[in-house]
Design a protein around this ligand. Structure first.
Ligand code: ZN
Length: 151
């Protein structure tokens, strides 16, 4: 999916999850979730995250697109490290944003292999990246964000 769709879905998920937090740093949480919603695409050379952060584009040379970085293992590692180093809120935000990306990509035809490289099973949908279906999903998510914000 396009970066804007990932960011919109990340924002929607963050706005739903943030009220459940006991922390008073909800703005930081929401910002980190939206940023982290772009992270799995460091394995794609032309992605928004690689255009924003030139250093991350080297991951695309060594990892295949929708391989390891589109599995459940990076957010688990990040969450574990954040817990170990006592930055749990940051780890939670990054994990939530990361998982929102994987969930979004699960709606696409290419899908997501959550257990890569341990399994070949992919969760996939019918949306092709950049088509009218993605635009409709984006519009629906923006309306949902407006509903969450204004209700
Ligand atoms: Zn992706």
């Amino acid at each position: 999916m396009l970066g804007r769709t990932h960011m919109a879905i990340g924002l929607l998920v963050a706005l739903i999850v943030a009220p459940l937090l006991t922390s008073d740093q909800k703005t930081l949480f929401v910002g980190l979730v939206v940023f982290a919603s772009l992270l799995p695409d460091i394995d794609h050379r032309g992605s928004k995250i690689n255009r924003l952060l030139p250093l991350t584009k080297y991951a695309a040379r060594f990892f295949r697109h929708r391989g390891f970085f589109h599995s459940i293992f990076p957010p688990l590692i990040i969450l574990g490290a954040a817990y170990f180093y006592d930055y749990f809120l940051i780890g939670q935000a990054i994990a939530v944003g990361y998982l929102s990306h994987l969930l979004s990509d699960s709606f696409t035809k290419l899908g997501v292999n959550y257990l890569y490289p341990l399994s070949q099973f992919r969760v996939m949908g019918f949306i092709e990246v950049g088509t009218i279906w993605e635009s409709l999903l984006f519009a629906a998510v923006v309306m949902a964000i407006a509903t969450v914000v204004f209700l």
